[in-house]
Design a protein around this ligand. Structure first.
Ligand SMILES: [Zn+2]
Length: 299
């Protein structure tokens, strides 16, 4: 008992990492419109399991809701908010930001944000793009997020990937200045190894790596004083959701090692300290203020 308490105390003193959840159902990121309309709704199952595990380890996180998922499950949005988690916005349709016009991005983000805020009664100030799709081609989206009242964003992944990434984006939280004002960017975490940024941050990477690799990556970033921005989806705790035909790249990221998620997640929550992204953002703000200039949006 004493040892357990000591271990808990040691954990509390450690750097707090950001625990984030992209709240969408199993079909939002992979299915076409027709499949989406008739797909079996299973969000409450995966989300319920995730909420129970977080409650067990007394961890609060940030839940980025996709607009239609929130509209279809208002009671779940309230349940997550009432449990003390931070509520953010994950856009409307799960589509790549860099394929949208700025006008469409503005309208759909506002629509999602209003729908979620109506359910929680609080302004939504934190954003994550579907597929981390704020890239060099869609940096204009940050200015629109500022206009819509967002204070921080966690959509930029400093990796080279077929679907997302700004490989040379700084790994530390950054204040980004635009003609409309400033926003803080908390990039999704990577670990530089030789000339390559290894994603260390969750999702399919978490399922793909043996737990020891994730543990090692977290320890390496802790030593550098950098909080990990970790992400997960409710459907990753629902391995029995229906299969959908996908190309090999999508299949690799969607279906790999499903049954390993829950035991790995339990170990991670037991060994490391987590907080909502907003808390990690506040802790980083002071460091960011001393760490100007902000990165250029034009190159
Ligand atoms: Zn998503």
């Amino acid at each position: 008992m004493l040892m357990f308490k000591q271990k808990e105390r040691q954990k509390d003193l450690r750097l707090k990492h950001a625990f984030t959840v992209d709240v969408e159902d199993w079909y939002h990121g992979i299915a076409d419109e027709k499949t989406r309309a008739s797909a079996e709704r299973r969000l409450d199952y995966g989300l319920g399991r995730l909420l129970d595990i977080l409650a067990e380890y007394e961890v609060k996180g940030t839940f980025y809701w996709l607009g239609p998922a929130a509209v279809e499950h208002p009671y779940l949005v309230r349940q997550v908010a009432d449990a003390g988690h931070e509520i953010g916005c994950h856009g409307w349709l799960h589509e790549l930001v860099y394929t949208m016009s700025p006008q469409r991005f503005r309208e759909e983000t506002r629509k999602a944000c209003d729908a979620i805020a109506n359910l929680t009664g609080k302004p939504i100030i934190s954003y994550r793009a579907p597929y981390f799709s704020i890239t060099r081609k869609s940096l204009w989206a940050l200015e629109i997020l500022i206009e819509l009242g967002f204070q921080y964003d966690s959509s930029i992944f400093p990796v080279r990937n077929w679907r997302y990434g700004i490989p040379n984006f700084p790994r530390q939280p950054q204040q980004i200045d635009t003609p409309s004002g400033s926003i803080y960017e908390l990039p999704v975490s990577v670990r530089p190894i030789f000339n390559y940024n290894l994603p260390v941050s969750g999702g399919s990477y978490f399922r793909l790596y043996p737990y020891s690799i994730t543990q090692n990556n977290f320890l390496a970033l802790e030593q550098q004083g950098l909080p990990v921005v970790f992400y997960i989806h409710p459907w990753e705790l629902d391995p029995d959701h229906p299969p959908v035909p996908l190309n090999w790249k999508e299949r690799l990221t969607h279906y790999v090692n499903f049954h390993s998620t829950t035991p790995k997640l339990r170990r991670l929550l037991a060994e490391f300290s987590f907080a909502p992204l907003g808390d990690v953002f506040k802790n980083s703000q002071t460091r960011v203020a001393n760490n100007h200039p902000s990165p250029s949006l034009t190159n």
